[in-house]
Design a protein around this ligand. Structure first.
Ligand code: ADQ
Length: 415
């Protein structure tokens, strides 16, 4: 039964994902800890959405390479006076079995004591590796009205991407889910749009008791991969208890016509790069300057960004770019790029369509084009990246299919 004054809600943030396709950015950090948009980590989007929705009781389930993630949650969230008492990272050590979490459902099973202690009416379970804004309270309202035990947030995606998503089929004229298949290669297209599928966003609302029963049942099954999308949701669907929540109905204060309904799964280097270009497009496709639904983080204390004149021919400028505090651009041109804190770009260079993470140092006369440089990368004088991909490969750098060059954390390139 739902308590008076609205349901009590516990949010569980699944943050144990490995993010293999984001290598080398995930070489020594979990995917939710991957830096994004100059000053954020991917997990900040899920946590900010929950906080802005009014759901302040959050537990973050971590596992894979969680050190950097724990550090970020502690610095940015636990030390915050507003949220510090609520956001709690829970490492995989809290276990019932001999294994680490097998899958996302096992992570919840092994953390059932959190639900017992908190006694919520509703559990909101969200992933931690997407860029978007969402008011979860609207989804919770629909969940309660529909009488569902499990609600799955749904968004239209191109049919070619079906093998990356849980694909939802609905009963005719209803939001009730008739079939849910995890990452199928032969998906059912949408009736009104044959080029699209209805994809799960990996965000769920559960009636607390129903979730507890479902993960317990799942833990008894030998044939289960203990996965939320692969096992738990299909179980609710087979009982006729799962409904879809249409993300297209979600209204966010301050959203512009252009960024309404924005959701990016930044699961690959190319989509990570594209999502950054969405930030610096002139009318941003994803607007981080919407203070009505702020994306929260702690970017550290740095002096303001500085632009140095340089020579008469080469002024230090940045155009169509986001430049974080502590960064110095001296006598070089930066275009359509995102620079994290404390980056230093020396004279006579050009940075185009690139993402430079914290403390990157670019020497004189370098060209950096369509590249992602992880933290602490040093590019010495005269070295170019993204200009000749054969040279980039010879240097051992990753070049994606679409020609984005990725330089791993701490790489010091040779002159
Ligand atoms: P995937 O993202 O492929 O698909 P998964 O790798 O399980 O599924 O990641 C989901 C979330 O759970 C991520 O935030 C990840 O960090 C976290 N996670 C994974 N294993 C975990 C573990 N052992 N402990 C804690 N956290 C863990 C999912 C759904 C699809 C849906 C897509 C949307 O399964 O149905 O379409 O998300 O991107």
């Amino acid at each position: 039964m739902v308590a008076k004054g609205g349901p009590s809600v516990l949010a569980i943030v699944l943050a144990g994902g490995e993010g293999k396709r984001l290598m080398p950015l995930t070489a020594d950090r979990a995917k939710p800890a991957v830096p994004f948009g100059g000053i954020y980590r991917l997990i900040d989007f899920a946590l900010s959405n929950l906080a802005n929705s009014g759901y302040l009781k959050m537990v973050v389930l971590t596992q894979y390479k969680s050190h950097s993630l724990d550090r970020h949650i502690t610095k940015a969230w636990r030390m915050s006076t507003l949220l510090g008492n609520y956001v709690a990272p829970v490492p995989a050590q809290q276990r019932l079995g001999k294994q680490w979490f097998a899958g996302s459902a096992d992570a919840i099973y092994q953390s059932l004591n959190l639900i017992h202690d908190e006694k919520p009416d509703i559990v909101v379970v969200v992933g931690a590796d997407h860029v978007y804004r969402m008011d979860f309270s609207q989804m919770v309202s629909q969940h309660i009205q529909s009488g569902a035990a499990c609600s799955v947030a749904a968004i239209r995606q191109p049919i070619a991407s079906s093998d990356q998503f849980g694909v939802i089929e609905l009963e005719k004229g209803s939001q009730r889910i008739s079939a849910f298949r995890e990452k199928p290669t032969d998906p059912q297209p949408l009736e009104d749009s044959p080029g699209e599928i209805l994809a799960s966003m990996g965000n769920y609302v559960f009636t607390a008791d129903a979730l507890v029963d479902a993960v317990r049942r799942d833990a008894q099954r030998d044939d289960s991969k203990n996965d939320m999308g692969g096992d738990i949701v299909p179980d609710f669907v087979s009982r006729g208890e799962a409904y879809a929540y249409d993300f297209g109905d979600n209204e966010i204060p301050g959203a512009t016509e252009r960024d309404r309904g924005y959701w990016r799964d930044v699961g690959t280097m190319d989509s990570y790069f594209d999502a950054h270009m969405d930030l610096v497009s002139i009318l941003p496709i994803f607007n981080v300057y919407n203070y009505d639904w702020p994306i929260l983080t702690n970017a550290g204390s740095f002096p303001p960004a500085k632009f140095v004149h340089g020579s008469a021919k080469r002024r230090g400028v940045a155009i169509d770019s986001m430049i974080s505090a502590g960064t110095i651009v001296s006598g070089s041109v930066v275009q359509r790029s995102v620079l994290s804190p404390n980056v230093h770009v020396h004279s006579f260079g050009r940075i185009e369509d690139s993402v430079l993470l914290d403390n990157v140092d670019i020497g004189r006369s370098c060209t950096i084009r369509r590249a992602i440089l992880d933290k602490d990368v040093v590019v010495p004088e005269g070295v170019s990246i993204g200009v000749d991909h054969d040279v980039d490969r010879k240097r051992g750098l990753t070049v994606t299919d679409s020609g984005i060059v990725v330089v791993g954390k701490g790489t010091v390139l040779q002159p």
